[in-house]
Design a protein around this ligand. Structure first.
Ligand SMILES: Nc1ncnc2c1ncn2[C@@H]1O[C@H](COP(=O)(O)OP(=O)(O)OP(=O)(O)O)[C@@H](O)[C@H]1O
Ligand SMILES: [Mg+2]
Length: 493
């Protein structure tokens, strides 16, 4: 048996109180007493409740009627029996209406008292059990609802589209991502064919009908996007297929990357091919002696080969640098670098090229600059300036002018490369820094290039916490401006 049950007897007549106590205590109950409602209430609270409260109705300070309400306010399961004389039976009925469990008419025998108490205790036990069951059920329902909403939330948070099919080939569940990919709004279940994508329905139906747990994958173009669809069967432990789950992953970006990569490879191959062909034919001509023993002619051919070899080396260098930057393997070796000196070197190096093309190339270096010294990777800055001046020469027709200028711009040293060449439209200008982007028109058709130069330029300038911008007008020319933080402002200076 568990703990003895506890009973509180409330009566202002001491004889009654003690009489009840004796009868109940003899049956093994723990009995306490109180002389009025208020004392009973205090006792009830202090003791942390009783299994049964037996109370008289008429008492000083607080009567039985008020005690019922006060007790229920503390404990809605409190069980109260009122003791009443036959003359006041109506009042007792009233008390039960107000929440007392029952009444014991006076006088009563010990057996009658015990019978009422036992009935009351039984009733209370049942009531507590029922409450426990109800609470348990509510908790379960809550758990199930929570689990269900958790799964739904997870499904709907997925960026991949999810489609669940039953064994009859009907869609029974789809997540929000799927609703964005495929036509939505059909009430479920609906045959998978109603999606109107035969390749998708064929795939999932094949999985549902397969007897050997087939998992099928396929690339699918839906609208402008490409999806990788993976469909797997849902099987019972005994092996019967209940349906299938298909997951649709958007691989459009990957596809684009793949196309860009192949374009890159073919472009690089193309760029390598023509200088190599020139080198090959020049060397071939010299070796075959077809040009006779003309030293002057051989020299010219060798120069041509050398020029093309340099182009190749620059291209390969750009490629290596870009790859290194993309993979995070590029380390800037910063030293104090005089921008004017670097720019002058580049201009000197490209003077022949400009002259060959009939484009004038001028340099204005405001020396002494307030701060032309920057903390930079000299090779990188060399490459930046080379690309800009090389472009200016390339995209300026014969007779045009390229002017390079170095000046102060607040915390920056600014290099401007201005040409009066073919220029660009605003839309073209916005894309020049994109990888492989080249303006395609009659004027550019014959000009070789990979479209990588400016991509590299921007990456290098940004790595130096610098800025680059462009002004351009079609037919009028372009100005590229690079600003690099001077030593005093460069990070880490
Ligand atoms: N000064 C300029 N005037 C007009 N168009 C230019 C100028 N500079 C660049 N562009 C345009 O921007 C495109 C991208 O330039 P970028 O330097 O990245 O590549 P590229 O010169 O074509 O090839 P690469 O530099 O790799 O040999 C060029 O193809 C050209 O259309
Ligand atoms: Mg270029």
């Amino acid at each position: 048996m568990g703990e003895p049950q506890r009973i509180l007897v409330v009566d202002d007549e001491v004889g009654m109180r003690e009489g009840c106590r004796r009868i109940l205590a003899a049956e093994g109950f723990v009995v306490e007493t109180a002389a009025d409602g208020r004392a009973a209430l205090e006792h009830f609270q202090a003791a942390g409740g009783f299994d049964v409260v037996i109370s008289d109705l008429k008492m000083p300070r607080m009567g039985g009627m008020d005690l019922i309400e006060a007790l229920h306010a503390i404990d809605e399961d409190a069980l109260l029996l009122v003791i009443t004389a036959y003359a006041t039976i109506d009042t007792a009925v009233d008390a039960t209406k107000r929440g007392a469990y029952g009444y014991i008419p006076k006088p009563f025998t010990p057996d009658e008292l015990l019978l009422h108490v036992r009935n009351g205790l039984e009733k209370r036990a049942l009531r507590l059990e029922a409450r426990q069951l109800r609470e348990e059920r509510e908790r379960r329902l809550l758990e199930v609802a929570f689990e269900r909403s958790k799964s739904t939330t997870i499904l709907n948070c997925m960026t991949d589209g999810v489609l669940v099919i039953n064994r009859h080939g009907q869609i029974v569940l789809r997540n929000q991502a799927l609703s964005r990919i495929l036509p939505d709004g059909m009430p479920l279940p609906t045959p998978v064919e109603t999606l109107g994508i035969p390749e998708l329905s064929d795939l999932v139906l094949e999985v549902v009908r397969s007897e050997d747990a087939l998992i099928a994958s396929k690339e699918l173009a839906i609208g402008p996007c490409t999806y990788m669809v993976n469909a797997a069967p849902v099987r019972e432990p005994v092996g019967e297929t209940l349906g299938a789950v298909a997951v649709l992953r958007d691989i459009t970006a990957l596809k684009k990357l793949e196309v860009a990569k192949s374009m890159f490879v073919s472009m690089v191959a193309h760029e390598l091919k023509s200088p190599l062909a020139t080198i090959e034919s020049s060397l071939g001509l010299i070796l075959s002696g077809a040009a006779g023993n003309d030293a002057e002619r051989d020299r010219h051919l060798m120069n041509r080969a050398l020029l093309r070899a340099t182009t190749l080396r620059t291209l390969v260098g750009d490629l290596l640098n870009l790859t290194a930057i993309e993979t995070g393997n590029f380390t800037l070796k910063r030293t104090r670098t005089d921008v004017c000196r670097v720019v002058r070197e580049v201009v000197d190096g490209l003077a022949d090229k400009a002259a060959e093309k009939g484009v004038s190339l001028a340099l204005a270096c405001d020396e002494p600059l307030a701060a032309s010294e920057i903390l930079a990777d000299t090779n990188a800055i060399h490459s930046v300036i080379t690309n800009l001046i090389d472009n200016a020469i390339k995209y300026t027709p014969k007779g045009g002018h390229v002017s390079v200028r170095v000046d102060d711009a607040g915390a920056y040293a600014r290099v401007s490369v201005q040409d009066d060449g073919i220029g660009m439209t605003a839309a073209e200008r916005d894309r020049v820094f994109d990888e492989f982007y080249r303006v395609k028109n009659e004027q550019t058709a014959a000009i070789p290039g990979t479209g990588l130069g400016l991509t590299l330029v921007r990456r290098l300038v940004e790595m130096h916490q610098g800025r680059i911008d462009v002004d351009s007008t079609p037919g009028r020319g372009s100005t590229f401006r690079v600003r690099l933080p001077t030593t005093a402002y460069a990070q880490g200076a």
